[in-house]
Structure formats: structure tokens, C-alpha cells
Design a protein around this ligand. Structure first.
Ligand code: ZN
Ligand code: ZN
Length: 472
């Protein structure tokens, strides 16, 4: 295996090329476990611009210097604000990864692309599925520029296209599994007395998919007045309870061949995630309805639901890397959040391992090298803070985002060679198109994937979305 050379510790903020944003503390904790070396063990030395309220963690993953930010709260607006500050303080970031957990669309009818808990979702596009209005109780999504997010820039499109090839996806998947094992070992070795080790594979037995019309609520006999009042009524307590506590009927679980096959595997084999590339739905609330999930998935070609992607997609060149912690139907069998966060962090590290580092202009690289040597002999004398701010170049994300009109491919390539990557770019936002449907999404086939699997999802035309704003 080739040895990766760790990058020099940057002397200034513009020496960082990768940003990572996490919405939850669990996601941030997991990402910290894949950082090879931290640059802020003795405190932050890089500062931030005036008005930026983000707290940053700096270090390196593989050959990349990375800066990590944790959202103060979940949601699209918070993500957008953090991302905007991110690009002000760290204006040379080429790529920002949104790493964490999401709700997956199981789609048992798709022969090769069945999504299981703990699998990885990588964004090919992002759809604001809840941007619209309700007419007579029927939600109509606004087919406008605000609702249809611009496509990713060319750098990211090329990267994703590359990952869709069989070889790259295979390599990405293998490395993710390897990183996950290393993360788990590291977490065990760092575990403090009195704390629990939380990144173990929860087990295939707790990966159960209920029929989409079977609600997660208190069953008759539980004595809940709210849940008993109407067939689709769900009380607040039932939302956060486990299926066992609510009395959800295991007889309503869908039988899946992949699930049966995974039960025969060792724990180490069973936890290996499959990576799926496709469209992600981003909204202001958590999807907790199997019927609504399947309806939107079929209409928009969605393979996962989450809450922050739309916020950062328009602000910084980004890729969403999330692992599936539930099926977006409200049911809750085991605690998959920590494990899924670990899988996402492992996948992010694997992706960065495949991401080609862009050359920096020679003068800048030389300056950085000299400064780094100085900082290594005297860490406190690193030229950072106000000095660094004054000397920061004006190129980078801020300038890239000033591009508003069409730019020729040739001009774009020249710009990329000279500096960093392009931005939200090249062409005006295209009219909304279904970028990726169920068939268009890409994933590696699981071993022993069944050739024929009957369609078991009953999709209905109307359903109320049971959503609450407090999960991922
Ligand atoms: Zn209830
Ligand atoms: Zn349930």
C-alpha cells in the first residue's frame, strides 16, 4: 500500500484546502477520530474574520489540511450561516464535506440498490423537497430556482462521476470499511473510564424495515388517548420511543433477502457499508413517514433525506456524505446514530484519500514552507490572526462566488490551473430536471445480491408527512 505523506502544518488559514461541517455532536466526535493529526492541540492559532462566530478544529487527514466546524444548531439556515462564515475565514477551501447521518430510502424494489442501515449516501444533487406551498392540504413543490438548487461545480461533478465508475466505487468502499475498523479500534483505545464504547455495529437484527403505511405509534392497549384517537394520530412521546416501547408489531416488518444474507455474515463483514450515489432531499424537518418518503422518492428520484445540505450547497463547493441511521419512517429499533456517524466519517476519509490535491502557486507554496519551518521551531510565533488576515489573498471562494455569468470551459480550465478550483459556476442554473432517479443512483452490488426481488412497497398517492424538527 502506498504511503501517504502528511501535509506540512499550514502557517495561515489559506493553507487549508478541505472543510468539514457536522450538524451533530456525534458526527463531530466521529470525524475527530479520523483526523490523523491536530493542529490546535495547544489552542487555535489561525483566528477568524470579524463577524465569524464559528469554532474551528484544525488538523490533517491523509494529505489534506482540514478545518472542521460544528453547527450551533441543526437545520438549513444554521448550515448556510456557518458555511458563509467558513468561506470568509478560510477562503482557499476547495471542497467542503457535510458529514453525518441521514434517513435512507430503502427501496426494496430496486434489485441492486437496496439501502440498508449503516450504508453511505454521497450526494450527486440536492433537492429542497419542502420548498413550496400547501393547496387544500396538498403540498405543491415550487419548481423555481430557489427550490431547485444549482448543480455542483465542475470539480465536484468530475469527482462524483469518477466515483460512479466501478473501480473507484470499489476502492472507495473498501477503504471506507478499512477506515471504519481503524476508527473503532482508535475509539476503543481512547475510551475514558466511565464512558461507553459507542461505535460497535448495532447488529443486523436491529435493521428492520416496516411496511411504509405502518405508523410508529402507541398501539391499542398502551392506553394513549392521543394515539388511540385517530388512525394517523401520533403523540409526542411515541415519536421518541423505541418500537418495543410503542408495541410496533414485528409481523409488519418487510422480509428482505439482503437482510437475510447479512445475518449469515460475521459482524466485521456485516458492518461493511455499501456506498450509494444519488439525489438527496434536504428539508427543514425530519422525514418520519414511510408513505411520504416513498412518494417524494419516486417523484424526485431521492435516495436519502437530511436537513443541512441545502444550506451549504449554495454557499460552498460541497459534497454531502451521510450514513443511514434510519429509514425516515419514524420507527426506531436500535441506536444507529453513533455507528452511522462513524461510517460517514470513515467514508469522508476514504473520499479525501481519492481526492487529488491541487498544486498551489510556487510562490505561495514556498512561503508556506518557510513559515511552517518557523512555526515548527516556535509554534507561538506562527504568523496568524490579524497579520494573516491582512495578507490573505482575495482569490478563492469569495471571488469564485462572484461569478454570475456563463464562463467558457477553456477559461475555466486555465483558471483552475493557475489557482484553485472553479465555483458555482459556468452556466446559469439549469431548469429543474430529475438528475438522478432510482435507476440512476449508483452503488456497489452486495455479495450474493438476489437477482429477483418482488416489489414490496405499497405506495399511496396521499399521505400526511409526520415530521418533527429534532433528529438529523
Ligand atoms: Zn401515544
Ligand atoms: Zn415503531
Amino acid at each position: 500500500m502506498a504511503t501517504v505523506t502528511a501535509p506540512s502544518r499550514p502557517s495561515r488559514r489559506d493553507g487549508f484546502d478541505i472543510g468539514i461541517i457536522c450538524a451533530l455532536q456525534e458526527e463531530y466526535d466521529a470525524v475527530c477520530l479520523v483526523i490523523d493529526e491536530f493542529w490546535d492541540e495547544d489552542g487555535d492559532v489561525y483566528g477568524r474574520v470579524i463577524g465569524d462566530k464559528n469554532y474551528y478544529t484544525t488538523g490533517c487527514i491523509g494529505k489534506h489540511n482540514v478545518v472542521v466546524a460544528l453547527l450551533p444548531e441543526m437545520g438549513k439556515a444554521n448550515a448556510a450561516a456557518v458555511a458563509a462564515n467558513f468561506r470568509s475565514s478560510y477562503s482557499h477551501l476547495e471542497l467542503v464535506l457535510l458529514v453525518g447521518v441521514c434517513g435512507g430510502v430503502p427501496s426494496p424494489s430496486r434489485r441492486d440498490n437496496e439501502i440498508m442501515l449503516g450504508d453511505v449516501i454521497i450526494s450527486k444533487s440536492v433537492v429542497q423537497y419542502d420548498f413550496g406551498r400547501k393547496y387544500n392540504g396538498v403540498f405543491v413543490r415550487k419548481d423555481t430556482l430557489e427550490g431547485n438548487l444549482d448543480r455542483a461545480n465542475k470539480n465536484i461533478r468530475s469527482l462524483i462521476r469518477n466515483f460512479e465508475t466501478e473501480r473507484s466505487l470499489e476502492l472507495l468502499q473498501t477503504q471506507t470499511a478499512r477506515n471504519l475498523t481503524q476508527l473503532q479500534a482508535k475509539a476503543k483505545s481512547k475510551k475514558r473510564r466511565g464512558t461507553r464504547y459507542k461505535y460497535a455495529y448495532p447488529g443486523t437484527d436491529s435493521d428492520r424495515l416496516f411496511k411504509p403505511d405502518y405508523l410508529h405509534k402507541h398501539r391499542p392497549g398502551h392506553g394513549c388517548n392521543v394515539c388511540d384517537s385517530k388512525p394517523d394520530a401520533i403523540c409526542h412521546e411515541a415519536h421518541s420511543a423505541y418500537c418495543e416501547e410503542n408495541g410496533c408489531d414485528q409481523g409488519r416488518v418487510i422480509s428482505r433477502n439482503v437482510h437475510t444474507e447479512k445475518q449469515q455474515l460475521s459482524e466485521e463483514q456485516a458492518q461493511e457499508p455499501v456506498i450509494h450515489i444519488g439525489a438527496i432531499a434536504s428539508g427543514d424537518s425530519v422525514m418520519k413517514s414511510g408513505l411520504e418518503r416513498d412518494k417524494i422518492s419516486q417523484e424526485e428520484g431521492i435516495i436519502a433525506f437530511e436537513m443541512e445540505g441545502a444550506g451549504i450547497w449554495e454557499e460552498v463547493p460541497s459534497i454531502i456524505i451521510k450514513s443511514v441511521c434510519d429509514y425516515a419512517d419514524g420507527h426506531k429499533i436500535g441506536n444507529w446514530k453513533d455507528f452511522a456517524a462513524a461510517v460517514a466519517a470513515a467514508a469522508a476519509k476514504a473520499l479525501l484519500g481519492r481526492y487529488i490535491k491541487t498544486d498551489r502557486p510556487l510562490e505561495e507554496a514556498a512561503q508556506q514552507s518557510v513559515s511552517t519551518k518557523v512555526s515548527e521551531t516556535n509554534a507561538t510565533s506562527t504568523p496568524v490572526g490579524e497579520d494573516a488576515r491582512q495578507s490573505m489573498p482575495t482569490e478563492g471562494l469569495d471571488k469564485q462566488h462572484e461569478v454570475t455569468g456563463p464562463v467558457s470551459e477553456e477559461a475555466s480550465q486555465q483558471d483552475t490551473q493557475a489557482k484553485v478550483m472553479d465555483a458555482k459556476e459556468h452556466s446559469p442554473p439549469p431548469p429543474y430536471t430529475k438528475v438522478c432517479d432510482s435507476q440512476g443512483s449508483n452503488s456497489r452490488k452486495r455479495p450474493h445480491q438476489p437477482d429477483d426481488q418482488p416489489k414490496k412497497v405499497a405506495v399511496r398517492s396521499a399521505a400526511s408527512a409526520n415530521t418533527t424538527p429534532d433528529v438529523y
